[in-house]
Design a protein around this ligand. Sequence first.
Ligand SMILES: O=P(O)(O)OC[C@@H](O)[C@@H](O)c1c[nH]c2ccccc12
Length: 260
Amino acid sequence: MSSHLERILANTRIEVSARKAAAEFAALEEAAAAHTPRGFARALRERAETGPAVIAELKKASPSKGLIRAEFEPVALGTELEAAGAACLSVLTDEVFFLGGLENLRRVSAAVKIPCLRKDFMVEPFQVLEARAAGADAILLIMAALGDEDLRVLRDTARTYGLDVLCEVHDQEELDRALQLDCECVGVNSRNLKTFDVSIERAVELASQLPDGVVRVAESGIASRQDVENLRVAGFDAFLIGETLMRQPSPGAMLRELIG
Ligand SMILES: O=P(O)(O)OC[C@@H](O)[C@@H](O)c1c[nH]c2ccccc12
């Protein structure tokens, strides 16, 4: 039986190779050159000095929760969350499972000043070019998704394009691998992508293993100000929050409550 993650990755590979086959590389390179990456890790580190640094995620739907937000206007959401104090944004670009898209990233990134993460399942370097061309300032690399060699190639490509990397782990073994990759940010995902179980306690446990040199990001299942506080006390600098914001009529008001 294949896990949720394997299903998503299989679909991603098919879609990426189709887009790559149809791509106009000169136009993509031109769009990439027109976007100067805005220091995702730096923005988080600076914000963490004075309070919780939130990466607010624009997520319309997910395979674990189905439709999360029916009325989904990415630019309005992004600007609202920026005004409410988000340090960075995360924009889902997977179309099939998360009802996102690169077009959302392109529009949101152009409308805000804060750095934007391309949230997707990165399996090959072409997606890094796409990310920067769509205005991304950082990409996500999921340790559970790929072997070390593929991850290294993606990290090198991100460096070439000046994008920061958020390395996602959910256990000690993945954390050890992530540290070998030497990424700017390490995220502990409280959601197991193979089973979709969520456990914030697991993130708290792993926090003490994260070195000082990286931006420590707690991901998923953060539902209250108390959750943010607990994770902060455990040692996290930054908090990736999607569903809790997206379920609210006013995500900005909710964000103020979480960090205020
Ligand atoms: O909506 P939540 O529970 O606040 O979670 C946000 C984010 O952590 C989650 O969307 C996520 C974490 N890692 C991922 C990898 C792919 C897709 C999505 C994710």
